[in-house]
Design a protein around this ligand. Structure first.
Ligand SMILES: N[C@@H](CCC(=O)N[C@@H](CS)C(=O)NCC(=O)O)C(=O)O
Length: 159
């Protein structure tokens, strides 16, 4: 998860590879800015979450820490601190961006990575009060139909 099957039956995996494929095959509306420097900034933000933050607090890592003998509260603290570190970096990356989304007035790949990471941070009890700019982007996403439709609780197999 996530996995995407295209119309010809090809199976795509890895969220950022899927997002890049969507960008190339369905370019409107764009998920990346036109300017190469801005594109690199959006990708850097997305990678700060997808490569530096999410994997460290992923379920299989947490299960392994439990197997190695770390108590449950310490495992949760590990996950919370990974989220705090990643989100702190991201807050700085967009501090100068007026928004309301991470990079401008429309969602980009950065917002696609941010929204689920904030949900993870809440799951591990992270106080998000220190991340006002990230919360502003999340609030903008909440008003966007595509984000609302993608919410886990809206999926057909949600419990
Ligand atoms: N790097 C992968 C991560 C995929 C991933 O970790 N998916 C989660 C669900 S959102 C998962 O399978 N978690 C179960 C686990 O960690 O074992 C991506 O970006 O697609």
């Amino acid at each position: 998860m996530p996995t995407l099957e295209d119309n010809a039956g090809a199976i795509l995996t890895q969220s950022l590879a899927i997002i890049e494929w969507l960008e190339e095959t369905h370019p409107e509306p764009p998920l990346l800015p036109k300017d190469p420097l801005r594109r690199a900034k959006v990708r850097a933000f997305a990678l700060a979450l997808a490569c530096d933050t999410h994997p460290v607090q992923n379920l299989k890592v947490l299960a392994r820490l439990r197997q190695l003998g770390l108590p449950k509260e310490k495992v949760t603290e590990w996950a919370a601190s990974a989220n705090r570190e990643g989100l702190s970096a991201c807050e700085i990356l967009i501090a100068g961006e007026s928004g309301p989304f991470c990079f401008g007035g429309a969602p980009t790949m950065a917002d696609l990575c941010l929204v689920p990471q904030l949900a993870n941070a809440r799951r591990f009890g992270v106080d998000l009060g220190g991340f006002p700019r990230l919360l502003k982007a999340e609030a903008a996403a909440k008003d966007n139909k595509a984000f609302a439709d993608a919410a886990p609780e809206r999926q057909p197999d949600a419990e």
